[in-house]
Design a protein around this ligand. Sequence first.
Ligand SMILES: Cc1cc2nc3c(=O)[nH]c(=O)nc-3n(C[C@H](O)[C@H](O)[C@H](O)COP(=O)(O)OP(=O)(O)OC[C@H]3O[C@@H](n4cnc5c(N)ncnc54)[C@H](O)[C@@H]3O)c2cc1C
Length: 404
Amino acid sequence: MSEFSLDLDEDQIQLQKWLHDFAENVIRPAAHEWDEREETPWPIIQEAANIGLYSFDFVANAFMDKSGLLMPIAAEELAWGDAGIALAILGSTLGLAGIAGNGTPEQLMEWGPQCFGTPEKPQLAAFAVSEPDAGSDVSSLRTKAVYDEAKDEWVLNGTKTWITNGGIADIHVVVASVDSTLGSRGQASFIVPPGTPGISQGQKFQKMGIRASHTAEVVLEDCRVPGHCLLGGKDKLDEKIARAKEGKRSGGQAAMKTFEGSRPTVGAQALGIARAAFEYSLEYAKERKAFGRAIIENQAIAFKLADMKTRIDASRLLVWRASWMGANGKEFTSGEGSMSKLYAGETAVYVTEEAIQILGGYGYVRDYPVERWHRDSKIFTIFEGTSEIQRLIISRAISGVHIK
Ligand SMILES: Cc1cc2nc3c(=O)[nH]c(=O)nc-3n(C[C@H](O)[C@H](O)[C@H](O)COP(=O)(O)OP(=O)(O)OC[C@H]3O[C@@H](n4cnc5c(N)ncnc54)[C@H](O)[C@@H]3O)c2cc1C
């Protein structure tokens, strides 16, 4: 086990610098364009692939790092550049996390690299859980997976919604219900390999923020996948379902296992936006003059910046702690993963709003990046579990009471 430390070692500092350079020189100059275009920024993904940043190896190394800090450092720096482009780069990681959380080591080695492809042919992955009538309440998924024993195939039917990279991904990891009477304990995750008939993109959503990240419905119509695409394998699923039917503990829920691990990384992306807005508004406050003095000389402005910085640093502490705990197999006994995402997400909304206030009218127009950062920040109180759901998880964990 690695000791928890806030001191980055030389390798981590170098990595942080490398990521920051990419964010500053490649991502940030492209941010406005891709926000306006509302399309996947393929040239940026390609550049990230060329330098090994968009790759299975990079993400696998970051996941295996026992300090737990590489993934949050990467997410913070990329989102500092631009949150939408950062999600276009990091979105495939959620698909990979779905495989890592529920699949066998063999499945991880077979499908993991395909989530990213190669520099010659970058690929995308998606993790599809949410449905039109099942967002926060993932126990009520309607997408069904039925086993065709004669062909050793699973047949998937249903509609997924709000899926990052949905329909344009090469690998879709789909969570479906195998036995709906068991709620979330009757669910399993499936790989839908590239080129599988029966999977298609539905509506593509036009969003308020993170507009460089593609979000769409995914429609599954008699989509047949081979038996070995069931993550974890049939024996394990049968065993899990049998235990659930007997009323015993059944080893966790397919979607939740993925989200538990990914929440600190999502919090780190929120942190990146907050830091960008804080740095920008601090410089602005020193430069901007009103009533013959720099606006930062007014406590009303300086105290805002003090609060912004305090909440940003507190968010980073929560994110790094949760990420270290996850990397070292420590159980989140008080909902520490949720705390990190909750606090960093709400901090990003708060900090970016204060940044707009500090810039006044200039904060409200698209010539300046601050309004985009505010639009981008809001998703961090919604996806991967809303703030309310994070509070449910934390309050249940600390009380032992099934709070509703
Ligand atoms: C841009 C974007 C990208 C996304 N990417 C993905 C993805 O890649 N994969 C994926 O599977 N999903 C994805 N999602 C879906 C996202 O995770 C859901 O939108 C989210 O979980 C909320 O679900 P919902 O929208 O159905 O809201 P609902 O569940 O309907 O919630 C509506 C409101 O009610 C509150 N609420 C619900 N239940 C409770 C309760 N028990 N107690 C208190 N309050 C409650 C919620 O907090 C919220 O405020 C994405 C969403 C967006 C917008």
